[in-house]
Design a protein around this ligand. Structure first.
Ligand SMILES: *Cc1c(COP(=O)(O)O)cnc(C)c1O
Length: 315
């Protein structure tokens, strides 16, 4: 990062950003890319690029874009979300999505975009389902966006290249921090016209930054070095899940890719503080916790966590 060549990315002449953008576009098989500060900004720029004021997008009822991004599309784009139930894989129920597409009539918002998320809560949507979404989008003239913050995990879990997951979509957002471990940043990829539009929105949102090659360099490093190793995170998540299965007072809800969902069978108040005193920082919502594996947690630390929880729950 200290050695990165920088320019002024507001003028589009930061060589390290340009390198990251063209490399990510190529990796995901798209024409163009724009480097953004966060996944939230990336999804918002995509929605604003696809939809006009008064348009509507179809989105999963538990999707990050709908649930956890402050309603940005509605607030800043006057884009109405039409939620669709999600199946256990994280795929949208396409029969219901189809029924939710509005007729061309002045009574209705114009349905313009279908949004998927892969992975959701670590669950992977397979290529067939992704292609089925493309078919529906084509039948109704919709754009097709993927919130692929965790696309890299899906690619490792499915044993396919990232480009195969991105292929059916017009735009794809990927995260460089989280599992990949870069300090900051996401990238939105898509066709040149859509990315030009997204770049305008990024500017309007205050997301164009000057000598930002410093952080783009870390993003490139993450892409080059930290994708294959996500398999270690998936393995560690499995070890953690197996460990939880053997602890009285803990119920394993699910483990998919790098995520483990657990709940305590007894009162969990005090658990967070107790674990912290043992050097393990966790968060619990009531009796539930979601634990996410990443490159800063190794196999040895899995045992540390399990030992701390075992001691805390069973003395
Ligand atoms: C984290 C995440 C986002 C948002 O990314 P931020 O960088 O936190 O804004 C969007 N979608 C999914 C699926 C995510 O996991």
């Amino acid at each position: 990062m200290a050695a990165a060549d920088v320019g002024d990315d507001v003028f589009g002449d930061d060589p390290t950003v340009l390198d990251l953008e063209s490399h990510t576009a190529e990796l995901l098989g798209k024409e163009a890319a724009v480097f953004v500060s966060s996944g939230t900004q990336s999804n918002l720029c995509a929605l604003l690029a696809h939809c006009q004021r008064g348009d509507e997008y179809l989105v999963g009822d538990r999707a990050h874009t709908y649930m956890f991004e402050g309603g940005g599309a509605a607030v800043l784009g006057s884009i109405q979300p039409q939620t669709v139930p999600m199946l256990s894989s994280g795929m949208l129920d396409l029969d219901i999505a189809k029924l939710a597409i509005k007729p061309d009539d002045t009574h209705f918002a114009r349905t313009r975009l279908l949004c998927l998320e892969n992975t959701t809560d670590g669950r992977v949507i397979g290529l067939e389902d992704l292609c089925a979404g493309r078919e529906l989008a084509d039948q109704h003239g919709l754009g097709y966006h993927l919130d692929g913050a965790r696309l890299w995990n899906a690619s490792i879990a499915l044993g396919v290249a990232p480009i195969d997951i991105a292929a059916p979509f017009d735009t794809v957002s990927v995260c460089l921090s989280k599992g990949l471990g870069a300090p900051v940043g996401s990238v939105l990829v898509g066709s040149a016209p859509l990315i030009t539009e997204a770049r305008k929105w990024r500017k309007m949102l205050g997301g164009a930054m000057r000598q930002v090659g410093i952080i783009a360099a870390a993003g490139r490093h993450a892409i080059d070095n930290h994708i294959e190793r996500l398999a270690d995170d998936h393995r560690n998540a499995q070890l953690l899940a197996e460990g939880f299965n053997a602890i009285d007072g803990i119920e394993l809800e699910s483990q998919n890719t790098n995520m483990v969902f657990v709940r305590t069978t007894t009162d969990a108040s005090g658990l967070e503080q107790g674990l912290l005193r043992r050097g393990v920082q966790t968060r619990w919502l009531g009796k539930q916790s979601r634990m996410v594996l990443h490159l800063d947690v190794d196999e040895g630390e899995i045992e540390t966590v399990l030992t701390a929880i075992r001691s805390e729950l069973n003395g």
